[in-house]
Design a protein around this ligand. Structure first.
Ligand code: SF4
Length: 130
């Protein structure tokens, strides 16, 4: 998959074997919205208030999914450790759907190359990165 605003290519097939590098590791935020949380709650056949309480948190006026900490590692509350994949993949937030094409990686993708095995420099971009 390509987004020509970005200097890299993304092969989503790598997700099948990577074990969820983008869903686990350091503490962070999975930003979401009320509308997305309502869809997730409906998909899981849960009452929305209970779903919010169990899986969402407010951070500086925004909504994020909660994390779990296991052996010092932070994991999104929806990362299924045994299957090593997202348990709500079809209903995952926009932030997850748009990964790895995030603005913060547009100019500085080095961290991404270290963490995501699906990312590779676009051939037509080689030689133009300075
Ligand atoms: S919602 Fe799914 S894809 Fe997004 S961080 Fe959580 S486990 Fe990963």
């Amino acid at each position: 998959m390509d987004n020509h605003d970005f200097p890299y290519h993304f092969d989503h097939n790598a997700c099948k074997s990577c074990g969820g590098h983008c869903c686990r590791g350091r503490a962070g935020y999975v930003w979401t919205s009320t509308a997305e949380l309502e869809k997730m709650a409906a998909a899981m056949k849960m009452a929305t208030p209970l779903f919010f309480k169990q899986y969402a948190r407010r951070v500086q006026g925004r909504l994020s999914l909660r994390e779990r900490v296991i052996n010092g590692e932070y994991l999104c509350c929806f990362f299924d450790l045994s299957a090593r994949r997202c348990a709500i993949y079809e209903f995952r937030p926009e932030q997850c759907r748009t990964f790895p094409f995030w603005d913060i990686f547009k100019e500085e993708p080095r961290e991404l190359f270290d963490e995501c095995p699906g990312v590779s420099l676009r051939i037509d971009n080689i030689g133009s990165t300075g």
